[in-house]
Design a protein around this ligand. Structure first.
Ligand code: NI
Length: 156
């Protein structure tokens, strides 16, 4: 287990389009395992490779405790409906905002073993996957969000 450093907004690594993974190696598996540890350590529900400084198309997500998704070269093949999601990001600490996302998606990817998997997801799970997917194209939630604010300000 290893906790990796999370890249913060302002670093150009977060703004680049990531390249596809050509082979699911032990090294990628190790990195993904570290990403799960890092995500949990910061109480996050998802973490994408560029957030740990790696410009490749993969991410991990844990929309509910114990339900971990490993998504390598993900492609969102279908999206339907609409939902407004309150989002934050481990790379943009201290801010949340409201983002319009599809209510349902179909996403195909390679899993941790390099096997092709397809998921039909909705609600919060669809939300998390869309947020992480955006990271692979250099997009942050603050690019799309409305009402961006620091929730700590509301407590006063
Ligand atoms: Ni994020």
């Amino acid at each position: 287990m290893a906790i990796r450093n999370i890249v913060k907004e302002g670093d150009e690594v977060l703004r680049k389009k990531c390249r596809e993974v050509t082979e699911v190696t032990d090294r990628i598996r190790q990195t993904m395992d570290d990403m799960v540890d890092t995500m949990r350590d910061s109480y996050g529900v998802g973490l994408a490779a560029p957030q740990v400084g790696i410009m490749r198309r993969y991410f991990v997500a844990e929309p509910e405790p114990g339900k971990v998704f490993y998504m390598i070269n993900p492609v969102i093949t279908k999206q339907e409906g609409n939902q407004v999601c309150e989002e934050g990001c481990l790379s943009v600490p201290g801010l949340i905002g409201e983002v319009n996302r599809p209510q349902r998606i179909t996403i195909t990817a390679l899993d941790r073993d390099g096997k092709e998997v397809t998921y039909d997801l909705e609600g919060f799970e669809a939300n998390v996957m869309c947020h992480e997917y955006d990271h692979l194209d250099g997009i942050l939630f603050i690019d799309k969000a409305e009402n961006i604010h620091d929730p700590a300000d509301e407590e006063e």
